[in-house]
Design a protein. Structure first.
Length: 170
C-alpha cells in the first residue's frame, strides 16, 4: 500500500468518524449550515492533501487536530467575509457614476483578498506601520512617535513589509 493510499484510507476513516461532529462545531460558530458544510469539506480536503504529500504519524487526537485545521479555515473565512462586507459598504457609499463595472469590482475584490493575505503574514506592528505609511501617508517619524519607538525600528518594520510584498507577489 502506498503512502497516498494509506493517507486516503485514514482520511476516509477520519471523515466517517468525525464529519458530523465537525459540521456541528462549525455550524455553531457560523450559524449557517451551508458555510459550515463547505468549511468541513475544505477541512477534510486540506487534511487529505497534506497527508497524501508526506508519510506522517497517525492522528492521536483527531478532534483536536480537526479543530485546529478547521479553526484556521474558519478564521480565513471570517476575515474574507468581513473584507467583502467592507467592500460592499464602500460600493454602496459611492455616487452612481463612480461605481465600477461588475468586472472591475471582481478584479478589485480579488486584489483586496490578495493584499489581505499578504498583510496577514506580517507581525501586527509591521502591518499597522505599513498601513499608516501607505494608506494614511504618515512619515516614518510620525509613525515612530505614535508607537513610541525609534525611526530605525519603523524602517525595519517597513523593510519587513516590503519584503513580504516582494516574496508573495507572483
Amino acid at each position: 500500500m502506498t503512502v497516498g493510499d494509506q493517507a486516503r484510507e485514514e482520511c476516509g476513516a477520519l471523515y466517517a468518524e468525525h464529519h458530523r461532529w465537525l459540521l456541528g462545531w462549525l455550524r455553531q460558530r457560523l450559524g449557517c449550515l451551508h458555510d459550515a458544510a463547505d468549511l468541513a469539506q475544505d477541512t477534510f480536503i486540506r487534511v487529505l492533501t497534506a497527508r497524501d504529500a508526506v508519510s506522517v504519524e497517525p492522528i492521536h487526537e483527531p478532534r483536536a487536530f480537526l479543530r485546529t485545521v478547521a479553526g484556521r479555515l474558519l478564521s480565513n473565512h471570517l476575515r474574507r467575509r468581513s473584507l467583502e462586507l467592507a467592500w460592499q459598504q464602500t460600493l454602496a457609499n459611492l455616487p452612481e457614476p463612480e461605481v465600477p463595472s461588475p468586472e472591475v469590482q471582481a478584479v478589485l475584490l480579488q486584489t483586496l483578498h490578495e493584499i489581505d493575505a499578504l498583510l496577514d503574514g506580517l507581525p501586527a506592528r509591521a502591518r499597522r506601520v505599513f498601513l499608516l505609511a501607505q494608506l494614511e501617508g504618515l512619515t516614518y517619524a510620525q509613525i515612530a512617535e505614535q508607537f513610541g519607538v525609534s525611526v530605525r525600528t519603523i524602517k525595519r518594520d517597513m523593510a519587513e513589509a516590503f519584503e513580504q510584498c516582494i516574496l508573495l507577489t507572483p
